[in-house]
Design a binder for this molecule. Structure first.
Ligand SMILES: *[C@@H]1O[C@H](CO)[C@@H](O)[C@H](O)[C@H]1NC(C)=O
Ligand SMILES: *[C@@H]1O[C@H](CO)[C@@H](O)[C@H](O)[C@H]1NC(C)=O
Ligand SMILES: *[C@@H]1O[C@H](CO)[C@@H](O)[C@H](O)[C@H]1NC(C)=O
Ligand SMILES: *[C@@H]1O[C@H](CO)[C@@H](O)[C@H](O)[C@H]1NC(C)=O
Ligand SMILES: *[C@@H]1O[C@H](CO)[C@@H](O)[C@H](O)[C@H]1NC(C)=O
Ligand SMILES: *[C@@H]1O[C@H](CO)[C@@H](O)[C@H](O)[C@H]1NC(C)=O
Ligand SMILES: *[C@@H]1O[C@H](CO)[C@@H](O)[C@H](O)[C@H]1NC(C)=O
Ligand SMILES: *[C@@H]1O[C@H](CO)[C@@H](O)[C@H](O)[C@H]1NC(C)=O
Ligand SMILES: *[C@@H]1O[C@H](CO)[C@@H](O)[C@H](O)[C@H]1NC(C)=O
Ligand SMILES: *[C@@H]1O[C@H](CO)[C@@H](O)[C@H](O)[C@H]1NC(C)=O
Length: 410
């Protein structure tokens, strides 16, 4: 018990040296004041503010001035006063520290700030018989859509000029950094969705990461799983099934329909399989003539196209042979599909659009096209795409961009 007594003795000493504070009225300390004190302990919490105190009571008093302050750590050696917004009970043993809980502002100690009702982001200031509330920072969440509430709640009090990291939810970036302004309000930022792979650079990222990401497509009012390349090389969509397009390397005899391989092949002939397609989301369109993620034999075939050739050395009247150019589009698993309004037009000489069949769910479109007199076939007028109403890829199958602050992505 000797050490306890010694601690109390030391404490009384500190109180007596700590009262060098201008305080009006009766300075008698009520018993509750001692009850609210833990000697030799320190609260382990991020302080909302620091204050160089004149003494123990000054620290206590300062805490009372801060609307949000509930307790403080006072270092008896350095007189450093840490103001805390909660009286959480996690503490550690620290010889030279005293915890003081400040549950109310009843005491004479607070002068004209006694029982003050200053707003949460202010400090009460004694001005003779009156008091004023001085803004010291920002408190709480801005009333803005898609802010990351967790980030704002990370601190009870954000000091003026402090910037909140990850101010917007994943998938969004702030139009300007969320910074606490002098008047105690947040800078007037908005949370803007990432609408393209290149938007990564607004948060200072060098946009080198390549892979699947969720991109907000304004026209579809939805998040779409998108393949982003390093740099600003546009958006792609990864295909999961076979997507092939052909103008076979054979010529059909116009009357016997016998197919003879052409060597060398004609300029239209070839086969292409796509693994990813380039998309222009602002036009809700697949760009069928971009071949970065495709393999071809002979000449490249545009996405959506097919054709064939009739041996027109033999005859120049229309042939009745079947069309052997074939295309297969399959957007199954992408979350997108070709709009049902898309139509096919002819290309080349004697081009014909044969039978085109579309699966019930709209994922798969297969067609036969070709020519009746030369080299020709069909191609889509415009490959418009829409959201697949029945399928969305799993959330974890693509990453979500996060913006720490403008000029800093993570
Ligand atoms: C902490 O604060 C709450 C509410 O302000 C109060 O009910 C509680 O008694 C306090 N705890 C301590 C240890 O002071
Ligand atoms: C002030 O902060 C406290 C604690 O966070 C909260 O309970 C109270 O609702 C806040 N008051 C206002 C006006 O925001
Ligand atoms: C205190 O407030 C009262 C009424 O609001 C005002 O008349 C008086 O001048 C103020 N006193 C000081 C010292 O500001
Ligand atoms: C906040 O930043 C502005 C501009 O940089 C500066 O003038 C001002 O003194 C700062 N205020 C505080 C409280 O740090
Ligand atoms: C909010 O930001 C924190 C980091 O401050 C992050 O861990 C968390 O995932 C974010 N929450 C959302 C919904 O974006
Ligand atoms: C507070 O300051 C910000 C930024 O300086 C400004 O946009 C806003 O209008 C101010 N609000 C008030 C209520 O003065
Ligand atoms: C860009 O990102 C790559 C990989 O994420 C990294 O290796 C490289 O150092 C970064 N470059 C710059 C200039 O930040
Ligand atoms: C050309 O085709 C027509 C009918 O398709 C046929 O009657 C005619 O004999 C053919 N001519 C030659 C030279 O093959
Ligand atoms: C479509 O036409 C091709 C060639 O003309 C034929 O082989 C195929 O069976 C036809 N498919 C359907 C579903 O009619
Ligand atoms: C789409 O994929 C699912 C599962 O992989 C499969 O069950 C379904 O038959 C596919 N539909 C088409 C049209 O390929």
């Amino acid at each position: 018990m000797g050490s306890k007594r010694e601690a109390i003795f030391r404490f009384m000493f500190w109180v007596s040296v700590g009262t060098g504070v201008p305080v009006e009225g009766n300075m008698c300390l009520k018993p509750e004041f001692y009850q609210n004190m833990r000697i030799g302990e320190k609260l382990l919490e991020e302080p909302m503010a620091f204050y160089q105190a004149g003494g123990l009571l000054d620290c206590y008093r300062q805490c009372g001035f801060y609307s949000l302050c509930q307790s403080c750590n006072y270092d008896v050696k350095t007189h450093q006063c840490e103001l805390l917004a909660s009286n959480n009970t996690i503490t550690e043993q620290v010889v030279n520290n005293i915890i003081m809980d400040v549950p109310n502002r009843h005491g004479q100690l607070f002068g004209s700030c006694k029982n003050h009702l200053c707003p949460n982001n202010t400090v009460c200031r004694v001005e003779g018989p009156n008091h004023s509330c001085v803004v010291v920072g920002c408190h709480g969440n801005p009333d803005i859509q898609n802010v990351n509430i967790t980030s704002f709640d990370a601190k009870p009090l954000w000091l003026v000029n402090e910037t909140v990291m990850y101010a917007c939810e994943a998938g969004y970036y702030p139009s300007l950094d969320a910074t606490c302004s002098r008047n105690g309000t947040w800078s007037p930022f908005q949370c803007i969705p990432f609408t393209g792979c290149e938007k990564r650079s607004v948060c200072g990222g060098n946009a080198t990461a390549e892979g699947e990401f969720w991109i907000f497509v304004v026209k579809m009012d939805s998040w779409v799983k998108t393949y982003c390349l390093s740099g600003n090389n546009g958006e792609h969509v990864t295909l999961h099934d076979i997507n092939t397009f052909s103008t076979p390397i054979f010529v059909k005899h116009p009357t016997t329909c016998v197919q003879v391989q052409k060597d060398p092949v004609l300029t239209d002939m070839g086969y292409t399989a796509f693994q990813k397609v380039r998309v222009t989301f602002s036009k809700e369109r697949i760009d069928g003539d971009r071949f970065r993620y495709s393999n071809s034999n002979f000449n490249k075939q545009n996405f959506g196209s097919a054709g064939d050739c009739v041996d027109n050395d033999v005859n120049d009247t229309d042939s009745d042979c079947g069309l052997i150019g074939r295309f297969v589009i399959n957007t199954n698993g992408t979350g997108l599909r070709i709009k049902s309004s898309v139509t096919w037009e002819t290309w080349g000489v004697g081009g014909r659009v044969g039978n085109i069949t579309r699966s019930q769910d709209g994922h798969r479109i297969e067609g036969y096209c070709g020519s009746v007199v030369g080299c020709g076939g069909c191609r889509p007028t415009e490959l418009l795409i829409e959201l697949d109403p029945n399928y969305k890829p799993p959330l974890d199958s693509a990453a979500i961009f996060q913006c720490k602050t403008l000029g800093n992505s993570n």
